[in-house]
Design a protein around this ligand. Structure first.
Ligand SMILES: Nc1ncnc2c1ncn2[C@@H]1O[C@H](COP(=O)(O)OP(=O)(O)OP(=O)(O)O)[C@@H](O)[C@H]1O
Ligand SMILES: [Mg+2]
Length: 235
């Protein structure tokens, strides 16, 4: 049984720029799934499509037994799906706390327990509640973006390149935090440029190229696959 089931998805931009061609992605309840592949493969487009930010051209997206195909983001968010985009994922001129409150804007009141949980998970955000988000480091901004997405306690969190732009010594820390979120029961769908580490950590991985599925298997199996290594992991 899949929590997220992307089936034979065709999607793209504008009237007729098709990027995805028959893509299939599954994420089970509590599973940790990674998508890797070359630049321009359509990895971000998959996530944007799940979140209703592309032009739907065919196929379906089902989440928790609800057909969310083509559903706009302001409706998808009610279904228990969180999304941290690759770029522009915080409000730089708002404070840390205001950013987190924005994560729960669909609720009448800010959920205090969710806010406490985010501060417990990311103590730096607690310490810097009143700091303007745009003045924090890249790693802190990424934590804020994840914290914001966690404010509605999603069943599935989609993370697009969470380690991008981080100093090398912060990359492991970021992956550790994602492990913790997953260990606490939230399913993860992650796109990563840092393919080897991502595949080591996840349960299952997909290799996407030119808008199509190329390989799918357990992360360790993909890592050990000679063809995958040669073509997609730099040997
Ligand atoms: N808003 C857009 N309008 C038109 N074309 C777009 C748009 N966003 C992405 N594309 C195109 O869609 C294709 C796939 O882009 P996408 O961002 O999904 O790739 P990606 O696998 O995430 O790449 P990267 O590793 O560089 O992040 C690319 O050819 C890109 O130029
Ligand atoms: Mg991308």
């Amino acid at each position: 049984m899949s929590l997220l089931a992307v089936r034979d998805l065709d999607a793209g931009y504008g009237e007729d720029l098709q990027i995805l061609h028959g893509v299939d992605i599954d994420v089970a309840d509590g599973e940790y799934v990674t998508i890797v592949g070359p630049n321009g493969a359509g990895k971000s487009t998959v996530m944007k499509s799940v979140f209703g930010l592309t032009t739907h051209m065919g196929g379906s997206v089902t989440f928790d037994d609800t057909d969310i195909t083509g559903m706009p983001p302001e409706e998808v968010i009610y279904e228990g799906l969180g999304y941290v985009p690759q770029n522009d994922n915080i409000f730089p001129t708002l404070s840390v706390r205001e950013n987190l409150e924005m994560g729960a804007y669909i609720l009448d009141d800010v959920p205090q327990d969710a806010l406490d949980a985010v501060f417990e998970r990311f103590p730096i955000l607690d310490e810097r509640q009143s700091q303007k988000a745009g003045t924090m480091s890249g790693g802190q901004q990424q934590m804020l973006a994840m914290g914001r997405a966690l404010m509605l306690d999603p069943d599935l969190l989609m993370l697009d390149e969470p380690s991008a732009g981080l100093a090398p010594d912060l990359v492991d820390d970021m992956f550790d935090r994602i492990d913790e979120i997953n260990d606490d029961g939230t399913a993860i769908l992650m796109v990563e440029q840092n393919a080897k580490e991502a595949l080591q950590r996840c349960d299952r991985g997909y290799v996407l190229a030119q808008g199509q599925n190329r390989y799918m298997d357990e992360g360790d199996v993909l890592l050990a696959d000679e063809e995958v290594r040669q073509q997609f992991l730099g040997g």
